[in-house]
Design a protein around this ligand. Structure first.
Ligand code: 13P
Length: 357
Protein backbone atom coordinates (compact mmCIF):
# COMPACT_ATOMS: atom_id res chain seq x y z
CA UNK A 1 0.00 0.00 0.00
CA UNK A 2 1.24 3.50 -0.82
CA UNK A 3 1.44 5.17 2.56
CA UNK A 4 3.23 8.39 3.43
CA UNK A 5 5.92 8.49 6.11
CA UNK A 6 5.28 10.42 9.29
CA UNK A 7 8.49 12.34 8.72
CA UNK A 8 7.33 13.71 5.37
CA UNK A 9 3.97 14.75 6.80
CA UNK A 10 5.45 16.45 9.86
CA UNK A 11 8.14 18.21 7.79
CA UNK A 12 5.33 19.70 5.71
CA UNK A 13 3.41 20.65 8.86
CA UNK A 14 6.50 22.37 10.30
CA UNK A 15 7.21 24.22 7.07
CA UNK A 16 3.67 25.59 7.03
CA UNK A 17 3.23 25.94 10.83
CA UNK A 18 0.34 23.60 11.46
CA UNK A 19 -0.32 20.45 13.48
CA UNK A 20 -1.84 17.07 12.68
CA UNK A 21 -4.17 15.04 14.85
CA UNK A 22 -3.13 11.37 15.04
CA UNK A 23 -6.26 9.34 15.66
CA UNK A 24 -6.25 5.84 17.14
CA UNK A 25 -8.12 3.19 15.19
CA UNK A 26 -9.55 -0.17 16.21
CA UNK A 27 -12.38 -0.84 13.79
CA UNK A 28 -13.93 0.06 10.45
CA UNK A 29 -16.30 2.66 11.91
CA UNK A 30 -13.45 4.73 13.39
CA UNK A 31 -11.50 4.56 10.11
CA UNK A 32 -14.58 5.68 8.18
CA UNK A 33 -15.18 8.62 10.54
CA UNK A 34 -11.61 9.88 10.23
CA UNK A 35 -11.40 9.47 6.44
CA UNK A 36 -14.84 11.00 5.80
CA UNK A 37 -13.78 14.06 7.80
CA UNK A 38 -10.35 14.28 6.15
CA UNK A 39 -11.94 14.01 2.72
CA UNK A 40 -14.45 16.72 3.59
CA UNK A 41 -11.74 19.23 4.54
CA UNK A 42 -8.77 18.01 2.43
CA UNK A 43 -6.54 17.02 5.36
CA UNK A 44 -3.64 14.56 5.44
CA UNK A 45 -4.28 11.67 7.84
CA UNK A 46 -2.35 9.89 10.57
CA UNK A 47 -3.98 6.62 11.63
CA UNK A 48 -2.36 4.91 14.59
CA UNK A 49 -2.83 1.51 16.16
CA UNK A 50 -1.79 0.48 19.65
CA UNK A 51 -1.04 -3.06 20.78
CA UNK A 52 -4.60 -3.05 22.15
CA UNK A 53 -5.97 -2.34 18.67
CA UNK A 54 -4.03 -5.24 17.24
CA UNK A 55 -5.36 -7.44 20.02
CA UNK A 56 -8.92 -6.32 19.32
CA UNK A 57 -9.10 -6.30 15.52
CA UNK A 58 -6.19 -8.59 14.72
CA UNK A 59 -3.20 -7.46 12.71
CA UNK A 60 -4.42 -8.70 9.28
CA UNK A 61 -7.75 -6.92 9.67
CA UNK A 62 -6.12 -3.64 10.67
CA UNK A 63 -3.71 -3.85 7.75
CA UNK A 64 -6.45 -4.64 5.24
CA UNK A 65 -8.74 -1.91 6.55
CA UNK A 66 -5.99 0.67 6.16
CA UNK A 67 -5.28 -0.71 2.69
CA UNK A 68 -8.98 -0.20 1.89
CA UNK A 69 -8.76 3.39 3.13
CA UNK A 70 -5.81 4.04 0.80
CA UNK A 71 -7.74 2.50 -2.09
CA UNK A 72 -10.88 4.50 -1.40
CA UNK A 73 -9.08 7.83 -0.85
CA UNK A 74 -6.06 7.71 -3.21
CA UNK A 75 -5.82 11.51 -3.21
CA UNK A 76 -5.27 11.75 0.59
CA UNK A 77 -1.79 11.23 2.08
CA UNK A 78 -2.28 8.56 4.78
CA UNK A 79 0.33 7.58 7.36
CA UNK A 80 -0.02 4.34 9.32
CA UNK A 81 1.73 4.58 12.66
CA UNK A 82 2.40 2.07 15.43
CA UNK A 83 1.39 3.74 18.71
CA UNK A 84 3.44 2.88 21.84
CA UNK A 85 5.60 0.06 20.54
CA UNK A 86 6.78 -1.54 23.78
CA UNK A 87 9.91 -3.18 22.34
CA UNK A 88 12.06 -3.28 19.19
CA UNK A 89 10.33 -6.58 18.33
CA UNK A 90 6.88 -4.93 18.30
CA UNK A 91 8.18 -2.15 16.05
CA UNK A 92 9.82 -4.65 13.73
CA UNK A 93 6.52 -6.52 13.34
CA UNK A 94 4.75 -3.28 12.46
CA UNK A 95 7.43 -2.39 9.88
CA UNK A 96 7.14 -5.85 8.36
CA UNK A 97 3.41 -5.50 8.11
CA UNK A 98 3.77 -2.25 6.14
CA UNK A 99 3.37 0.56 8.69
CA UNK A 100 5.04 3.78 7.50
CA UNK A 101 5.93 4.94 11.00
CA UNK A 102 6.54 3.43 14.42
CA UNK A 103 6.76 4.67 17.98
CA UNK A 104 9.37 3.04 20.16
CA UNK A 105 8.22 3.94 23.65
CA UNK A 106 11.37 3.32 25.64
CA UNK A 107 10.21 5.58 28.48
CA UNK A 108 8.77 2.37 29.90
CA UNK A 109 10.34 -1.07 29.99
CA UNK A 110 9.01 -3.84 27.74
CA UNK A 111 6.20 -4.59 30.24
CA UNK A 112 4.83 -1.11 29.27
CA UNK A 113 4.46 -0.37 33.01
CA UNK A 114 7.86 0.13 34.67
CA UNK A 115 9.56 3.52 34.09
CA UNK A 116 12.82 2.80 32.25
CA UNK A 117 16.28 4.30 32.68
CA UNK A 118 17.58 6.90 30.23
CA UNK A 119 20.23 4.46 28.95
CA UNK A 120 17.64 1.74 28.29
CA UNK A 121 15.49 4.24 26.41
CA UNK A 122 18.40 5.39 24.22
CA UNK A 123 19.46 1.82 23.51
CA UNK A 124 16.08 0.46 22.35
CA UNK A 125 15.14 3.62 20.46
CA UNK A 126 18.44 3.76 18.59
CA UNK A 127 18.07 0.12 17.59
CA UNK A 128 14.61 0.78 16.15
CA UNK A 129 15.84 3.89 14.30
CA UNK A 130 18.53 1.81 12.60
CA UNK A 131 16.13 -0.78 11.22
CA UNK A 132 13.29 1.66 10.46
CA UNK A 133 15.30 4.33 8.64
CA UNK A 134 16.95 1.66 6.50
CA UNK A 135 13.54 1.13 4.88
CA UNK A 136 12.35 4.75 5.01
CA UNK A 137 10.04 4.28 8.01
CA UNK A 138 9.90 7.13 10.55
CA UNK A 139 10.41 6.75 14.29
CA UNK A 140 8.82 8.54 17.21
CA UNK A 141 10.51 8.22 20.61
CA UNK A 142 9.34 9.27 24.05
CA UNK A 143 11.27 11.00 26.80
CA UNK A 144 9.65 11.54 30.19
CA UNK A 145 6.59 9.63 31.37
CA UNK A 146 3.05 10.63 30.63
CA UNK A 147 1.15 11.30 33.82
CA UNK A 148 -0.74 13.81 35.90
CA UNK A 149 1.15 16.63 37.64
CA UNK A 150 -1.78 16.70 40.11
CA UNK A 151 -1.52 13.09 41.28
CA UNK A 152 1.77 11.77 39.86
CA UNK A 153 -0.17 8.91 38.29
CA UNK A 154 -0.30 7.83 34.67
CA UNK A 155 -3.42 7.02 32.70
CA UNK A 156 -3.41 3.84 30.67
CA UNK A 157 -3.58 3.57 26.87
CA UNK A 158 -4.56 0.06 25.91
CA UNK A 159 -2.19 -1.54 28.39
CA UNK A 160 0.57 1.09 28.23
CA UNK A 161 1.08 3.35 31.26
CA UNK A 162 3.53 3.75 34.17
CA UNK A 163 2.54 2.17 37.47
CA UNK A 164 3.14 3.86 40.83
CA UNK A 165 3.57 7.53 41.65
CA UNK A 166 5.99 9.49 39.49
CA UNK A 167 7.92 12.59 40.53
CA UNK A 168 8.16 15.88 38.65
CA UNK A 169 11.52 15.01 37.06
CA UNK A 170 9.82 12.03 35.38
CA UNK A 171 6.62 13.88 34.49
CA UNK A 172 8.25 16.85 32.73
CA UNK A 173 10.64 16.32 29.82
CA UNK A 174 13.93 18.12 30.39
CA UNK A 175 15.06 20.23 27.38
CA UNK A 176 18.79 19.40 27.81
CA UNK A 177 18.07 15.70 28.11
CA UNK A 178 15.78 15.91 25.07
CA UNK A 179 18.64 17.39 23.01
CA UNK A 180 20.99 14.63 24.19
CA UNK A 181 18.38 11.94 23.48
CA UNK A 182 17.69 13.14 19.95
CA UNK A 183 21.39 13.35 19.15
CA UNK A 184 21.97 9.82 20.43
CA UNK A 185 18.92 8.20 18.80
CA UNK A 186 18.25 10.27 15.64
CA UNK A 187 14.46 10.03 16.10
CA UNK A 188 12.19 11.98 13.74
CA UNK A 189 9.63 12.91 16.35
CA UNK A 190 9.68 13.10 20.14
CA UNK A 191 6.75 12.56 22.48
CA UNK A 192 7.19 14.82 25.48
CA UNK A 193 5.74 14.75 28.99
CA UNK A 194 4.02 18.00 30.02
CA UNK A 195 1.31 16.79 32.41
CA UNK A 196 -1.09 15.08 30.00
CA UNK A 197 -2.14 11.49 30.48
CA UNK A 198 -4.08 8.92 28.49
CA UNK A 199 -7.76 8.25 28.96
CA UNK A 200 -10.77 10.23 30.14
CA UNK A 201 -9.45 11.10 33.61
CA UNK A 202 -6.70 13.66 33.01
CA UNK A 203 -7.52 16.62 35.26
CA UNK A 204 -9.88 16.97 38.23
CA UNK A 205 -10.49 20.64 37.26
CA UNK A 206 -9.92 22.60 34.05
CA UNK A 207 -6.12 22.61 33.65
CA UNK A 208 -3.93 25.61 34.52
CA UNK A 209 -0.21 26.25 33.96
CA UNK A 210 0.53 24.16 37.10
CA UNK A 211 -1.08 21.03 35.75
CA UNK A 212 -0.49 21.45 32.00
CA UNK A 213 3.02 22.75 31.24
CA UNK A 214 2.51 24.20 27.75
CA UNK A 215 5.47 26.59 28.37
CA UNK A 216 7.85 23.64 28.50
CA UNK A 217 7.20 22.92 24.80
CA UNK A 218 8.91 26.09 23.61
CA UNK A 219 12.06 25.40 25.65
CA UNK A 220 12.32 21.91 24.18
CA UNK A 221 11.61 23.04 20.62
CA UNK A 222 14.41 25.64 20.76
CA UNK A 223 16.94 22.88 21.49
CA UNK A 224 15.76 20.43 18.80
CA UNK A 225 14.19 22.63 16.11
CA UNK A 226 13.74 20.01 13.37
CA UNK A 227 12.62 17.14 15.61
CA UNK A 228 8.87 17.19 15.60
CA UNK A 229 7.21 17.31 19.01
CA UNK A 230 4.31 15.03 19.84
CA UNK A 231 1.62 15.59 22.45
CA UNK A 232 0.09 12.39 23.76
CA UNK A 233 -3.03 12.28 25.91
CA UNK A 234 -4.52 15.19 24.00
CA UNK A 235 -8.22 14.45 24.08
CA UNK A 236 -10.27 17.45 25.13
CA UNK A 237 -12.94 15.33 26.92
CA UNK A 238 -15.95 17.34 25.77
CA UNK A 239 -18.30 18.20 28.65
CA UNK A 240 -21.15 17.99 26.16
CA UNK A 241 -20.34 14.34 25.31
CA UNK A 242 -20.04 13.52 29.02
CA UNK A 243 -23.49 15.07 29.64
CA UNK A 244 -25.07 12.99 26.87
CA UNK A 245 -23.42 9.81 28.16
CA UNK A 246 -24.70 10.53 31.70
CA UNK A 247 -28.16 11.54 30.49
CA UNK A 248 -28.57 8.19 28.71
CA UNK A 249 -27.43 5.94 31.52
CA UNK A 250 -23.61 6.16 31.42
CA UNK A 251 -21.58 6.71 34.58
CA UNK A 252 -18.53 8.90 34.05
CA UNK A 253 -17.23 10.96 36.96
CA UNK A 254 -16.34 14.66 36.75
CA UNK A 255 -13.24 15.06 34.61
CA UNK A 256 -11.51 17.50 32.25
CA UNK A 257 -9.26 17.17 29.21
CA UNK A 258 -6.80 19.32 27.27
CA UNK A 259 -8.61 22.36 25.81
CA UNK A 260 -8.23 22.75 22.04
CA UNK A 261 -6.98 26.32 22.66
CA UNK A 262 -4.03 24.90 24.70
CA UNK A 263 -3.20 22.40 21.95
CA UNK A 264 -3.17 25.28 19.46
CA UNK A 265 -0.64 27.09 21.71
CA UNK A 266 1.43 23.89 21.64
CA UNK A 267 1.28 23.84 17.84
CA UNK A 268 2.48 27.46 17.77
CA UNK A 269 5.51 26.28 19.74
CA UNK A 270 6.52 23.21 17.72
CA UNK A 271 3.99 20.44 18.38
CA UNK A 272 3.24 18.75 15.07
CA UNK A 273 1.47 15.51 16.06
CA UNK A 274 -1.42 15.47 18.51
CA UNK A 275 -2.60 12.06 19.73
CA UNK A 276 -6.33 11.61 20.15
CA UNK A 277 -8.12 8.39 21.08
CA UNK A 278 -10.48 9.04 24.02
CA UNK A 279 -12.41 11.83 22.25
CA UNK A 280 -13.47 9.48 19.44
CA UNK A 281 -14.50 6.86 22.00
CA UNK A 282 -16.57 9.41 23.93
CA UNK A 283 -18.20 10.84 20.79
CA UNK A 284 -19.17 7.36 19.61
CA UNK A 285 -20.41 6.17 23.01
CA UNK A 286 -22.55 9.31 23.45
CA UNK A 287 -24.13 8.85 20.01
CA UNK A 288 -24.76 5.11 20.51
CA UNK A 289 -26.34 5.57 23.96
CA UNK A 290 -28.59 8.37 22.71
CA UNK A 291 -29.68 6.49 19.59
CA UNK A 292 -30.40 3.31 21.54
CA UNK A 293 -32.49 5.25 24.04
CA UNK A 294 -34.42 7.17 21.40
CA UNK A 295 -35.08 4.10 19.24
CA UNK A 296 -35.71 1.24 21.70
CA UNK A 297 -37.38 -0.80 18.96
CA UNK A 298 -34.24 -0.74 16.79
CA UNK A 299 -32.10 -3.87 16.61
CA UNK A 300 -29.96 -3.20 13.53
CA UNK A 301 -26.52 -2.25 14.85
CA UNK A 302 -25.87 -0.27 11.69
CA UNK A 303 -28.29 2.39 12.96
CA UNK A 304 -26.17 2.87 16.09
CA UNK A 305 -22.89 2.71 14.19
CA UNK A 306 -24.09 5.29 11.64
CA UNK A 307 -24.85 7.72 14.45
CA UNK A 308 -21.45 6.95 15.99
CA UNK A 309 -19.65 7.60 12.69
CA UNK A 310 -21.44 10.92 12.15
CA UNK A 311 -20.55 12.08 15.65
CA UNK A 312 -16.87 11.06 15.40
CA UNK A 313 -16.64 12.53 11.89
CA UNK A 314 -17.74 15.92 13.24
CA UNK A 315 -15.12 15.71 16.00
CA UNK A 316 -12.32 14.83 13.54
CA UNK A 317 -13.35 17.63 11.21
CA UNK A 318 -13.21 20.15 14.07
CA UNK A 319 -9.69 18.99 15.02
CA UNK A 320 -8.40 19.11 11.40
CA UNK A 321 -9.70 22.66 11.15
CA UNK A 322 -8.47 23.84 14.56
CA UNK A 323 -4.96 22.40 14.11
CA UNK A 324 -4.60 23.89 10.61
CA UNK A 325 -4.24 20.66 8.62
CA UNK A 326 -7.45 21.26 6.64
CA UNK A 327 -6.69 22.20 3.03
CA UNK A 328 -3.18 20.65 3.13
CA UNK A 329 -3.69 17.20 1.62
CA UNK A 330 -3.69 18.44 -1.96
CA UNK A 331 -0.40 20.31 -1.34
CA UNK A 332 1.50 17.08 -0.60
CA UNK A 333 3.01 14.65 -3.10
CA UNK A 334 3.91 11.36 -1.41
CA UNK A 335 7.64 10.52 -1.40
CA UNK A 336 8.08 6.73 -1.77
CA UNK A 337 9.60 4.88 1.19
CA UNK A 338 12.73 3.83 -0.74
CA UNK A 339 13.46 7.49 -1.54
CA UNK A 340 13.01 8.34 2.16
CA UNK A 341 15.47 5.52 2.98
CA UNK A 342 18.04 7.04 0.58
CA UNK A 343 17.58 10.43 2.19
CA UNK A 344 18.22 8.98 5.66
CA UNK A 345 21.29 7.13 4.36
CA UNK A 346 22.72 10.37 2.93
CA UNK A 347 22.17 12.10 6.30
CA UNK A 348 19.73 14.59 4.77
CA UNK A 349 17.17 14.02 7.52
CA UNK A 350 19.49 14.13 10.53
CA UNK A 351 18.23 16.13 13.50
CA UNK A 352 19.56 19.59 14.31
CA UNK A 353 20.50 19.99 17.98
CA UNK A 354 21.13 23.50 19.31
CA UNK A 355 22.60 24.94 22.50
CA UNK A 356 24.69 23.21 25.20
CA UNK A 357 26.15 19.65 24.99
P1 13P B 1 -6.15 10.35 24.76
O1 13P B 1 -6.50 9.25 25.70
O2 13P B 1 -6.11 11.69 25.46
O3 13P B 1 -7.05 10.40 23.59
O4 13P B 1 -4.68 10.10 24.22
C1 13P B 1 -4.42 9.12 23.24
C2 13P B 1 -2.97 8.92 23.02
O5 13P B 1 -2.13 9.69 23.45
C3 13P B 1 -2.56 7.74 22.23
O6 13P B 1 -1.19 7.53 22.24
Amino acid sequence: MALISLRQLLDHAAEHSYGLPAFNINNMEQIHSILLAANEVDSPVILQASAGARGYAGEPFLRKMVEAAVEQYPHLPICMHQDHGASPAVCQTAIRSGFSSVMMDGSLEADAKTPASYDYNVDVTRRVVEIAHAVGVSVEGELGCLGSLETGQAGEEDGSGAVGVLDESQLLTDPDEAAEFVKATQVDALAIAIGTSHGAYKFSRPPTGDTLAIDRIKAIQQRIPNTHLVMHGSSSVSQESLEIIRQYGGKIKETYGVPVSEIVKGIENGVRKVNIDTDIRLAMTAAIRKTMFEHPEEFDPRTFFRAAIASAQQLCKERFEAFGSAGRASQIKVIPMDVMAERYAKGELSPVVKGKN
